[in-house]
Design a binder for this molecule. Structure first.
Ligand SMILES: [Zn+2]
Length: 69
């Protein structure tokens, strides 16, 4: 029983924030791991993979990493 509980907590804590970036030019969106001190609407160093334009943070959110079986 206690093993099951610790597994539950490992899963619950295994969440990583995701930053969704959007290209200012072509509106292409991508997700990548959140970096410290990022906030919504912040311009980031990442370049759009499609048109090489600057990108900004469109949204930040968290969801659990999918469990691999
Ligand atoms: Zn673009």
């Amino acid at each position: 029983m206690s093993e099951r509980i610790s597994v539950f907590f490992e899963q619950a804590l295994n969440i990583k924030p995701i930053s969704q970036l959007e290209c200012i030019q072509c509106k292409h969106k991508l997700e990548r791991p959140y970096k410290e001190k990022e906030y919504v609407n912040k311009a980031v160093d990442d370049k759009c993979p499609k048109c090489q334009s600057p990108m900004y943070v469109k949204a930040i959110y968290v969801y659990p990493q999918p469990k691999q079986f």
